[in-house]
Design a protein around this ligand. Structure first.
Ligand SMILES: Nc1nc2c(ncn2[C@@H]2O[C@H](COP(=O)(O)OP(=O)(O)OP(=O)(O)O)[C@@H](O)[C@H]2O)c(=O)[nH]1
Ligand SMILES: [Zn+2]
Length: 212
């Protein structure tokens, strides 16, 4: 199996800690301690003693997508197959972090493609979403990166990605609009060129599954 995403592209998908100024966990924890002090808290009270350590651990997990690559998460699960009907994985839960405030973006992704000789393991579609979500993001880029990854890996007839999400930076602070949510999409190939294919995708992401 040959991937059309070059090793160089795949390498660029992950940000190596070696390339960045090395910052120790200790220094990161000190920074959280400073934040706590700035908030008027006492970082030495019992409940906060381990908070710097916990915050650093949590943030590292929430951005662990920087250290993953498509190659690694795919584990070879691209198969030659003569399917040429739409494949859609719907309602993939997404937990990301906005790059402006480092606050949660909570939502769902719907990802479809029409194969062109190759299919991908279904779980890998959710893993691709997760890898890009676990970085500091804007919703538009997250949506585009998911679509570009599938396009690059499969050269399908088309890819469609819709992300529906609510941004805690717009809910809990700032403009404070709890009911608001944002829809972003990336349509490539036949989904961009053919209104009927795009409509079929839009209908499929709206219909109720019979087993629900
Ligand atoms: N396009 C886009 N904007 C986002 C996303 N997440 C957060 N934002 C916006 O980024 C903008 C940052 O604006 P600034 O004025 O620099 O920051 P701010 O003062 O915190 O803005 P407010 O949220 O309006 O209080 C805000 O309008 C956010 O709503 C995203 O995924 N995509
Ligand atoms: Zn934000």
């Amino acid at each position: 199996m040959t991937l059309s995403v070059s090793p160089e592209d795949i390498r660029k998908q992950s940000i190596s800690t070696e390339l960045k100024a090395p910052v120790s966990d200790e220094e990161m924890q000190q920074a959280v301690r400073t934040l706590l002090l700035g908030l008027g808290e006492d970082p030495d009270r019992e409940g906060l003693l381990d908070t710097p350590k916990r915050v650093v651990k949590a943030l590292k997990f929430l951005t662990s997508g920087y250290h993953q690559s498509l190659d690694e998460l795919l584990n070879g699960a691209v198969f030659h197959e003569n399917a040429n009907e739409m494949v859609l994985v719907r309602d993939i839960d997404l937990f990301s972090s906005c790059e402006h405030h480092i606050l949660p973006i909570l939502g769902r992704a719907h990802v479809a493609y029409i194969p062109n000789g190759k299919v991908i393991g279904l779980s890998k579609i959710a893993r691709i979403c997760e890898m890009y979500a676990r970085r500091l993001q804007v919703q538009e880029r997250l949506t585009q990166q998911i679509a570009d990854a599938l396009q690059g890996l499969l050269q399908p007839q088309g890819v469609a990605v819709v992300v529906e999400a609510t941004h805690m930076c717009m809910v809990m602070r700032g403009v404070q609009k709890p009911g608001s949510w944002t829809v972003t999409s990336s349509m490539q190939g036949v989904f961009a060129d053919d209104a009927r294919t795009r409509q079929e995708f839009m209908d499929l992401i709206r219909h109720r599954a019979s087993f629900h």
